[in-house]
Design a protein around this ligand. Sequence first.
Ligand SMILES: [Zn+2]
Length: 95
Amino acid sequence: MNISKRSCFRCAEEDESFLEDLYGYTVCNACTIKLGLYHDETIQKHASSYQRAKDLDPAKPSYQEEVDRRLVMMEKDYIAKRIKLLHIRYRLRNS
Ligand SMILES: [Zn+2]
């Protein structure tokens, strides 16, 4: 039987009392603090700032659109880097 234990993605903390699920990732309390997550007030400030720019130029993205765009770009960058490393590992094992 294979029992997989949860652990913090960053520091490998395994004590369940310190772990929480953040958007599908397991993170411990200490590492959550280090992530520097924005408070709602800061997020609203950014959203307002983007909205002011969009009011002047409708072609500009809303904050939500910008965040969505960044998430897509980050995912593409992650995949490209992962493919590069997987290729290196494959070539090291097969040459
Ligand atoms: Zn941690």
